[in-house]
Design a protein around this ligand. Structure first.
Ligand SMILES: [Mg+2]
Length: 246
């Protein structure tokens, strides 16, 4: 481990779902509400079926094979439900949004040391409700919701757009996110270093090439300690794919 020194980074580009917001918990609460209100099948099979259709649809979205409107309707159409259920689910996602325990304090500390921008993908109305509910918007100099800019993860243009708003450069910036595919992919395309928030804490064998992973952390509190002092935790290997929403 090297001695502490000044970080090269001035800007942190931070993902929302799965990075700041405990998306698995948020989504599970929303799904349980939807199941209770609209479905008569068993809960376990309902959850299994939803995840079986939702994951591949997010992958199709990332690959530009469908757009967000198709995703939000198609995932429920495949569950035998319509627009009303899709809207109810999105409403529930906003109401059930919950941060990871360390997220607020980490943002408070990081916002003193770095310029922060939130870079998220997903339905803008839902993301806005999550931000209001969790009251974290004040930590960010910019909030970029990809579809509002006509972009999506993992497009590198999304980070270039954000950096242009901040008048910042890729070399000064670090993308922080839980998704190697979405966030790491953005970083790779934009020439920005990537900090992988691996809350499971077990880096798996590499199968995504060229992702510029410079840091792997298990929670956001570690970022402040490691990145802000540039204590050496660098990793040179690539890391495995996931299929979580952006
Ligand atoms: Mg995420």
């Amino acid at each position: 481990m090297s001695s502490a020194r000044e970080s090269r980074y001035r800007v942190l580009l931070v993902d929302l779902d799965g990075t700041l917001i405990d998306y698995a918990r948020t989504e599970d609460s929303a799904l349980r509400e939807i199941h209770r209100r609209f479905f008569r099948s068993g809960l376990r099979s309902f959850l299994r079926d939803f995840h079986a259709v939702n994951g591949p649809l997010w992958a199709a979205y990332r690959e530009h094979r469908i757009d967000l409107e198709e995703l939000r309707l198609e995932r429920w159409a495949r569950m035998g439900a319509g627009t009303a259920v899709a809207s109810a689910f999105e409403d529930a996602l906003g109401r059930h949004a919950v941060l990871f325990p360390e997220a607020r304090e980490a943002l408070r500390l990081l916002s003193r040391r770095f310029r922060l921008a939130l870079v998220t993908d997903g339905l803008p109305a839902v993301q806005r409700v999550k931000l209001r509910r969790t009251r974290i918007e004040r930590f960010f100099q910019r909030v970029v919701i990809a579809p509002e800019a006509g972009l999506r993860k993992p497009d590198g243009a999304l980070l270039h757009h954000t950096l242009s708003l901040l008048e910042a450069k890729p070399d000064d910036s670090l993308m922080v996110g839980d998704s190697v595919v979405s966030d790491g992919g953005c970083a790779r395309e934009a020439g920005v270093d990537f900090c992988w928030v691996d809350r499971a804490g077990g880096a798996r064998p590499p199968d995504v090439s060229g992702i510029p992973v410079r840091w792997i952390v298990t929670d956001l509190g570690v970022i402040w300690w490691s990145v802000s002092t540039d204590v050496s935790m660098n990793v040179s290997t690539d890391v495995a794919v996931d299929d979580a929403p952006a």
